[in-house]
Design a protein around this ligand. Structure first.
Ligand code: NAD
Ligand code: DAU
Length: 361
């Protein structure tokens, strides 16, 4: 049975990936999920799989060398899928240090421990051993508004926020391990994900949550910044396909072919909520365009991201499958059916975060 070590599996993309993998492979695989359970990690995301015999949760910080080395000693790990990171740009602007700690140092610990466990005396590795580093399109910086400009795997790194600088550093460490030790790895750089279990500090769940409560919808700057949105399950599939079919040592960009301005996203969410809420639902009258509130811009706000996922399509056969109209309906439906999840994650610390983050906006 193949054993996966997933880091950050209690977060948004990690938990969706674990669900995807169990749906696809069932009892053919075993997953060890290591997560420090920061504000962004939530074991509720995994309650459907927690009793499986082939799922093990280990609470540990990826910066803790001993704890990570122990996992490699205890389990014969074949694949690492490394999601764990501090992931929110706004938080990185307020407090960059923890981003360097987790994203850079934590990745170094993961690489070191995997290398120590996997490297054979002659410096080679068994073919079953593979490390996948999950990264972001933000490492490439910002594109002009010209719709013919895209990020490619060959685009130069030009990160602007502390978050993207820390992810770029972690990518370069992975590249250094591949070049120096022939360490068997891949990097994927993905665009903006959306879907179930996303923490409501990010644009889409924040807008859904605020709109349903008739609260202001904060739009940074002129609302015309462009992001390329990908349904999270399509991302999970891409990660699996890269490990199964990708060439080792290669980077693959993963994108949704779905560029939209932030203000368009907000309009689509409001229209879709209106369509989906039953006529007698009291929230229907709260959901209006009047909630849209332009606020101070994000510092260093990247204007446009867009990925041309040509390489992953031609080499591996992956393509985004979920149209935005369908993906956003599924996401909203999930939030309707999981109101308690939203209540639980937005109680306590989230309230403090929200007041602090938006007080000057
Ligand atoms: P998330 O913030 O929802 O989840 C991060 C998870 O990592 C949480 O479960 C958290 O508890 C865990 N974690 C944080 N610090 C840790 C530490 N020191 N040790 C162990 N666990 C720790 O993030 P996400 O949106 O699911 O993103 C996952 C990965 O995908 C990140 O590496 C991110 O950079 C990358 N990515 C995200 C997007 C996106 O749109 N969300 C797009 C491209 C790439
Ligand atoms: O591109 C991939 C990246 O996408 C990932 O690497 C990051 O982990 C992920 O958080 C995401 O980063 P963004 O900064 O693009 O996502 P966010 O949801 O924070 O913001 C999306 C856009 O919406 C961005 O232009 C800022 C804007 N925004 C965001 C919030 C939270 C608003 O206008 N208002 C808001 O309240």
């Amino acid at each position: 049975m193949r054993t996966y070590l997933v880091t950050g599996g209690a977060g948004f993309i990690g938990s969706n990936y674990i669900h995807y993998m169990f749906k696809k492979y069932g009892n053919e695989i075993r997953i060890i999920n290591v997560d420090a359970l920061t504000y962004a990690g939530n074991l509720e995301n995994l309650k459907e799989v927690q009793d499986r015999e082939n799922y093990i949760f280990v609470k540990a910080d990826i910066c803790d060398k001993e704890a990570i080395a122990k996992i490699f000693e205890e389990y014969d790990i074949d694949r690492v899928v490394h999601f764990a990171a501090e992931s929110h740009v706004d938080r990185s602007i307020k407090n960059p240090e923890v981003f360097v700690q987790t994203n850079v140092l934590g990745t170094a610990v993961m690489l070191n421990c995997a290398k120590a466990a996997w490297e054979l005396p002659d410096g080679s590795y068994l073919p079953c051993k593979k490390f996948l580093h999950v990264s972001t399109d933000e490492v490439y910086g910002s594109l002009p508004e010209d719709e013919t400009a895209f990020f490619y795997e060959t685009s130069p790194y030009d990160p602007h926020s502390p978050y993207s600088a820390s992810k770029a550093s972690s990518d370069l460490l992975v590249k250094a391990y591949m070049d120096t030790y022939k360490f068997p790895a891949n990097i994927t750089n993905c665009s903006n994900n959306y879907g179930p279990y996303q923490f409501p500090e990010k644009l889409i769940p924040l807008i859904i949550n605020n709109a349903l409560q008739g609260k202001k919808l904060p739009v940074y700057g002129d609302g015309k910044n462009v992001r390329d949105w990908l349904y999270v399950e399509d991302h999970a599939k891409a990660i699996d396909m890269v490990q199964e079919k990708g060439r080792l040592f290669e980077t693959y960009n993963v994108g949704g072919h779905n560029e939209k301005q932030n203000i368009e996203i907000i309009h689509i969410i409001l229209d879709t909520l209106q369509e989906m809420l039953p006529a007698d639902d009291s929230r229907k009258k709260l959901v209006t365009y009047d909630l849209i509130t332009y606020v101070e811009d994000r510092k260093g706000h990247d204007r446009r991201y867009a990925i041309a996922p040509d390489k992953i399509k031609s080499e591996i056969g992956w393509e985004p499958e979920t149209m935005f109209k369908e993906g956003i309906r599924r996401t909203i439906q999930w939030f309707f059916e999981n109101e308690d999840w939203m209540k639980n994650v937005t109680s306590g610390d989230y309230q403090k975060y929200y007041e602090e983050m938006y007080k000057t906006k």
